[in-house]
Design a protein around this ligand. Structure first.
Ligand code: AMP
Ligand code: TRP
Length: 325
C-alpha cells in the first residue's frame, strides 16, 4: 500500500483554507493509503512568537484532525517533536541542500521580509519538512498550493541523495485537492485566506461562532456583475465562493455554475453560508467531544511509538549510507 503523509503547524487557528486544502483531502484518501498525519510543532518555532502555548494548541489540533474525519484506526497520528529522528535526519539533508535553492523558497522570501531578524531555522524550515516526508518513504503529500514548492524541494533532495549514496529515499509527490487547492480571503479575494491575515473578516476559522461565519460569507466581496461564473481573474470573489461550495460538497465547478445559473448573488451566498455552517457545525460538535477526552493521549502515545519505529529504521539506513561509524 502506498504511503501518504501531511502535517500542520499548531498555530491555534485552523482556517477553512487549511481544512479544504489539507485536512479534508487527507481524510478523503485515508482508505487508499497507509497514512501518517502529525503536528508540525518544530516548524512553529521558526518565527518569533511569544504566545506559543504549544501544549494546548497541539491538543486542539489533534482534536480538530479527529473532528475533521481523520480516523485514528487508519492513520498514525503523532507530534513531530516527540520523534527526534526528524531533526536528526534534517542535518543530513541540510548537508545535501544548497543555500541557493533555499533562498528561492517563496515562503522564506515572504516571511523573511516581514522581520529582518529572521532565524536560521526559518531558512532551513523546508529541509526539516523534507526530513518529515522522507523519513517515512512517503509517496504522496496532500498540501495546499503554497506548500507545493517545499514538497518539490523534498523531491530534489531525495533524488540528489539517492544519486550520491545509492537508493535510499522514496521520491514523494505533492497532491492538491481538485477544486480547493487555494481558498482565498473573503474580503480581498486576490490573496490567500490565511490565519495571520490582519482583517479577520476575510478568514473563516473552524472554531468561529457559527453566526460569525454566516456573516463573513454574506459580506464577502464580490463584483458588480450578476452571473455566477468561475473566472478567478475577473471575478475572484465569486470564483472563491464557488470553490468553497464545490470543495465541501465534492462537486465540480461546472456543476455549481449550472446549479446557480438563474440565481442572484444573494441566493448563492446564502447557499454557500448554509453549506459552510452545516459542515463547520458538524466539525465543532465532534471537536467538543474529543477535546477533553483521554483518547487524544492514547492516540499520541501510540503514534509516538509507531512513528519512531519507522523513523529510526530510515535514519539508521541513512547514517550507514553516508558511512558513519
Ligand atoms: P499554513 O496555514 O500556511 O500553515 O498551511 C497549512 C496547510 O494548509 C498547508 O498544506 C497549506 O497549503 C494549506 N492551506 C493553508 N491556507 C490555505 C488556503 N487558503 N487554501 C488552501 N490550502 C491552504
Ligand atoms: N510546512 C507545512 C505548513 O506550514 C507543515 C508541514 C511540516 C508539512 N512538515 C510537513 C506538510 C510535511 C506536509 C508534509 O503547512
Amino acid at each position: 500500500m502506498k504511503r501518504m503523509l501531511t502535517g500542520l503547524q499548531p498555530t491555534g487557528v485552523i482556517t477553512l483554507g487549511n481544512y479544504i486544502g489539507a485536512i479534508k483531502e487527507m481524510a478523503k484518501r485515508q482508505d487508499e493509503y497507509e497514512s501518517f498525519i502529525f503536528v508540525a510543532d518544530l516548524h512553529a518555532i521558526t518565527v518569533p512568537n511569544m504566545d506559543l502555548n504549544l501544549k494546548e494548541k497541539t491538543r486542539s489540533l489533534i482534536a480538530l484532525y479527529l473532528a475533521c474525519g481523520i480516523d485514528p484506526n487508519k492513520n498514525t497520528i503523532f507530534v513531530q517533536s516527540e520523534n527526534e529522528y526528524h531533526t536528526n535526519l534534517s542535518w543530513f539533508l541540510e548537508c545535501n541542500s544548497y543555500f541557493g535553492e533555499l533562498s528561492r523558497m517563496h515562503q522564506f522570501k515572504e516571511k523573511s521580509k516581514k522581520n529582518e531578524n529572521f532565524t536560521a531555522g526559518l531558512f532551513t524550515y523546508p529541509v526539516l519538512m523534507a526530513a518529515d516526508i522522507l523519513l517515512y518513504d512517503t509517496d504522496v503529500v496532500p498540501v495546499g498550493i503554497d506548500q507545493k514548492q517545499h514538497v518539490e524541494l523534498a523531491r530534489d533532495i531525495a533524488i540528489r541523495f539517492n544519486n550520491k549514496y545509492g537508493e535510499t529515499f522514496v521520491v514523494p509527490e505533492p497532491v492538491m485537492s481538485g477544486a480547493g487547492a487555494k481558498i482565498m480571503d473573503l474580503i480581498d479575494p486576490t490573496k490567500k485566506m490565511s490565519k495571520s491575515s490582519e482583517n479577520q473578516n476575510g478568514v473563516i476559522r473552524l472554531l468561529d461562532d457559527l453566526d460569525v461565519i454566516r456573516k463573513k460569507i454574506m459580506r464577502a466581496t464580490t463584483d458588480s456583475e450578476m452571473n455566477i461564473k468561475y473566472d478567478p481573474e475577473n471575478k475572484p470573489g465569486i470564483s472563491n465562493l464557488i470553490t468553497i461550495y464545490a470543495s465541501i460538497l465534492n462537486k465540480t465547478v461546472e456543476e455549481v455554475e449550472k446549479e446557480f445559473i438563474d440565481s442572484n448573488y444573494g441566493t448563492f451566498k446564502k447557499a454557500v453560508a448554509d453549506t459552510v455552517v452545516q459542515e463547520v457545525s458538524r466539525i465543532q460538535d465532534k471537536y467538543n467531544e474529543y477535546i477533553n477526552s483521554d483518547l487524544i493521549d492514547k492516540i499520541l502515545e501510540e503514534g509516538k511509538k509507531k512513528s519512531r519505529i519507522f523513523a529510526k529504521a530510515k535514519y539508521e539506513a541513512v547514517k550507514n549510507k553516508v558511512g558513519f561509524y
